[in-house]
Ligand binder design. Sequence first.
Ligand code: ATP
Ligand code: MG
Length: 137
Amino acid sequence: MEQTFIMIKPDGVQRNLVGEIIGRFEKKGFTLKGLKLTSVDSAFAKKHYADLSAQPFFNKLVEYIVSGPVVAMVWEGRNVVATGRKMIGTTNPSESAPGTIRGDYAIDMGRNVIHGSDAVESAKKEIALWFPQGIAE
Ligand code: ATP
Ligand code: MG
């Protein structure tokens, strides 16, 4: 069954949005397969966002992700990668549709509450990076 990697970013944790976000994925019908509250260092954040290393905002992005604890999760279900992205909303929250997580809870691109894998292949890589011990069946 398809799996995706979802991370509640430091602003989402600080603003007490963890329960709200988990509830949305649960109520949609997806299954929680992995969950941890953790802090990462900049070397790890750079690995997670390696594809963006050439972007002018890369250093700010890394600073943001290391600024506090994050909630790392694996969710499973039919089409969960693409549907998860729809539930999250567009990258720039000031343009995200109401009803999406970013559309409902954010206005700032640099503090957009949540990450979701953008493809099945990147989900596999991200799950292996964040849960190196593996995900139980
Ligand atoms: P994420 O990977 O965090 O789920 P995304 O897939 O919607 O977000 P990406 O293009 O992967 O968007 O960018 C990763 C993160 O980098 C964004 O969530 C945002 O916080 C930041 N970011 C992206 N583009 C910009 C930009 N033009 N200016 C500032 N920050 C940006
Ligand atoms: Mg992305």
